[in-house]
Design a protein around this ligand. Structure first.
Ligand SMILES: Nc1ncnc2c1ncn2[C@@H]1O[C@H](COP(=O)(O)OP(=O)(O)O)[C@@H](O)[C@H]1O
Ligand SMILES: [Mg+2]
Length: 356
């Protein structure tokens, strides 16, 4: 139960970004889920934004690691160290409040053992209670969908490493389908295209910038252009280049087809009543990848189902995770549907203090 002085956190541990919501304060942290590790000692040199700035610029003895690659926790120790770093950052000098409760949204692909381990890490760091929650449920709740009602809602979350489609009803996931095609794979497609077409090697961050600025799944009325820099693959020298939206337009078709297929597969496995609700009420789009230009219109056109973009597509999961406590407090079936399946980990004795 939430006591009056309990601090409540909702954490979205995403493959690309970690977002932390604090009850009463709003979003208190938004950083990339990336760390820089020294090869010889395994020591963490930097995490988050600082580590991101190092991508493509590290000396040979430092590795850049996305510990949550492809929607699973690829490296648990590093994930845990990164989380600790973020928690320390939002707390400043204050210790991890003994009376804090943490609801943490974890990627869909992780195992129950890993879920438990995430909860235990939080409690070990001093949280009174930690509960791992399912990502689509948190996203839908944060976006204001009536997930507790006997009504089908479809959520399409396009993240960095994976895209997930889920149909929710009565506080639970009825069917879901995940594909390992999301924001980062588009960046890779762009890298490949520039390499093949112009013999120019570009980095991941440049590719992401191209995608954000001129990428689109609908033809733009007015062509947009971006100037980029890379390394010529023939003479090895730096070279710049102007890319236009028109020329990379077709590049996103394959990605779109994968997403549409994931929606179709999910609806096929969905009980007819709920599928009917979805067709009527529409699809909720969230995650950073949903900001790709034209995606909402295009999915709507291809599926003939109304598509809505979440009000805060990159924050709704953290927000929803923070709202899970209300589900628990109300206690009936919807609370049980969530809490019953996963009661979380509770500190047994005095919670440990965070290291100074
Ligand atoms: N304006 C934009 N247009 C297209 N893609 C975007 C935009 N903003 C962010 N993204 C992409 O969103 C992805 C990250 O989304 P996010 O929901 O934070 O991922 P995750 O849940 O996996 O951490 C990245 O691949 C990023 O490039
Ligand atoms: Mg996410």
């Amino acid at each position: 139960m939430l006591k009056r002085f309990d601090t409540l956190y909702g954490i979205d541990l995403g493959t690309s970004n970690t977002v932390i919501y604090q009850h009463g304060k709003g979003i208190v942290l938004r950083e990339p889920s990336v760390v820089a590790i020294r090869q010889d000692s395994g020591e963490m040199v930097a995490a988050g934004t600082e580590a991101q700035a190092m991508i493509g610029r590290t000396p040979g003895n430092i590795d850049i690691i996305y510990p949550l690659m492809d929607g699973v926790i690829a490296n648990f120790d590093i994930t845990s160290a990164m989380l600790q770093h973020f928690i320390k950052k939002i707390q400043g000098r204050a210790p991890w409040f003994r009376s804090s409760q943490v609801y943490i949204s974890v990627p869909c692909g992780i195992t129950n053992v890993q879920k438990r381990a995430v909860e235990e890490t939080m409690v070990h760091k001093g949280a009174k209670k930690a509960v791992a929650v399912e990502e689509p449920l948190a996203a839908a709740l944060g976006a204001g969908l009536p997930v507790d009602q006997p009504i089908g809602s479809l959520v399409l979350d396009i993240g960095g490493g994976a895209s997930q489609v889920a149909v929710l009803s009565l506080g639970g996931i009825v069917v879901s389908h995940t594909v390992r095609r999301a924001g980062m794979s588009l960046d890779q497609d762009i890298i490949e295209y520039v390499k093949k077409t112009y013999n120019l090697a570009i980095g991941e961050r440049t590719a992401e910038e191209i995608k954000k600025q001129i990428g689109s799944v609908v033809e733009r009325q007015k062509d947009k252009a971006i100037d980029i820099k890379g390394r010529d693959l023939i003479d090895g020298l730096p070279r710049s280049l102007r890319l236009t939206s028109g020329e990379i337009f077709g590049l996103m078709d394959d990605f779109l087809a994968t997403i549409l297929d994931a929606i179709r597969v999910t609806l096929e496995h969905c009980p007819p009543e709920l599928a009917g609700d979805v067709v009527e009420r529409g699809i909720l789009l969230c995650g950073g990848g949903s900001l790709l230009h034209g995606l909402v219109e295009r999915i709507q056109a291809e599926t003939s189902v109304p598509v809505h973009l979440a009000a805060e597509p990159q924050d709704c999961t953290a927000l929803g995770a923070g709202m899970m406590i209300d589900f628990k407090r109300e206690g009936w079936s919807r609370g049980n549907a969530i809490a019953g399946r996963n009661a979380g980990v509770q500190a047994e004795e005095e919670p440990l203090r965070q290291d100074a």
